[in-house]
Design a protein around this ligand. Structure first.
Ligand code: SAM
Length: 298
């Protein structure tokens, strides 16, 4: 199927009325943009989120979509009359139907963490069916495996989970770290996030991957001590959460921190050395992973 797209340059003062009138006249959509978009005269117009923008471009362009058999010239003339504007000139082009779902999906390929650990969208064949494959689609919560902060944690899990560990994932997002730990052999995993949508996504993703993990909002989290605690949050919350996170790590257990910029690593390592013997930092694209071993409390 194809559509006709009319491009109408018009005085900004009548653009909105004309776009409304085009919709009334039978356009399938009508969007207003800067007539000089993409040129040196392009004029960015910014507004506060949720606030109406009271400024208009000097000259506006309306892109209006019509059915392939519509008499576009007659409909534009009718709309201009209704909007009290002179009949504008326009150009017309044919727009072919696209498979938007396929186009979007093609932008997400499987992600190789290591030879044995892959993150694969559900619509893809696993590149290595023998590997540990997490099925994860881009969604409303952070954590598809493509971001360096997540990748640093996944690489640590891949290298250190030997089987039977208990894991606590603080700031679980999509649940990717808890789910990966379980698929790599951990005995149990619990995740926590302040965002209810992340808690829901994590539960859905665990079910999708056939693993049993529990996810909570912080106030509902169980008072557990785990062999491994991961927290891929940002430096600021990590500065405040040291004591709480340390309380969730068994003596001799491991902490894995991510979401830290390279120039914040020394300061964060200093904070966590109050409870942990810290390892040297590991860097990836300007981000840092910090790890440490919980000292026995005296
Ligand atoms: C960068 S994402 C990490 C998601 C996932 N764990 C990963 O590694 O990709 C950080 C997550 O931490 C959550 N978060 C931020 N501050 C938090 C806090 N104080 N307590 C619990 N969760 C928090 C956010 O809602 C977000 O989902």
């Amino acid at each position: 199927m194809a559509w006709q797209q009319a491009s109408i340059d018009t005085d900004s003062r009548v653009a909105e009325a004309l776009a409304d009138a085009l919709m009334e006249a039978g356009a399938l959509s009508a969007a207003i943009e800067d007539a000089w978009a993409g040129t040196e005269q392009e004029e960015p117009i910014f507004g506060e989120p949720g606030e109406p923008v009271d400024k208009l471009w000097q000259k506006s362009r309306i892109l209006a979509l019509f059915a392939d058999d519509a008499d576009v010239g007659a409909l534009i003339a009718l709309a201009a009359l209704a909007a009290g504007a002179p009949t504008p000139a326009f150009t017309l082009e044919t727009v072919e139907e696209q498979d938007w779902v396929r186009l979007t999906q093609s932008q997400f390929d499987p992600i190789r963490i290591s030879d044995r650990l892959w993150i694969t969208p559900t619509w893809h064949e696993a590149p290595n069916p023998q590997a540990v494959n997490l099925q994860l689609d881009p969604g409303l919560a952070f954590g598809t495996g493509s971001h360096p902060t997540t990748r640093l944690c996944l690489q640590w899990l891949d290298a250190h989970i030997q089987g039977g560990e208990t894991v606590f994932d603080y700031g679980c997002g999509s649940g990717i770290l808890a789910i990966a730990a379980l698929k790599l052999g951990a005995a149990s995993a619990v995740g926590v996030d302040i965002d209810p949508q992340a808690v829901k996504s994590s539960r859905d993703n665990a079910a999708q991957n056939g693993v049993v993990a529990e996810f909570f909002l912080p106030d509902d989290a169980p008072a557990i001590q785990a062999d491994v605690v991961l927290a891929n949050i940002l430096a600021n919350p990590l500065r405040l959460l040291g004591e709480l996170l340390a309380g969730h790590v068994k003596p001799g257990g491991k902490i894995v921190l991510s979401g830290i910029l390279a120039d914040q690593a020394a300061e964060l390592s200093g904070i966590y050395s109050a409870w942990f013997d810290m390892d040297p930092p590991v860097f990836d694209e300007g981000w840092t992973r910090l790890t440490g071993t919980r000292r026995a409390t005296v």
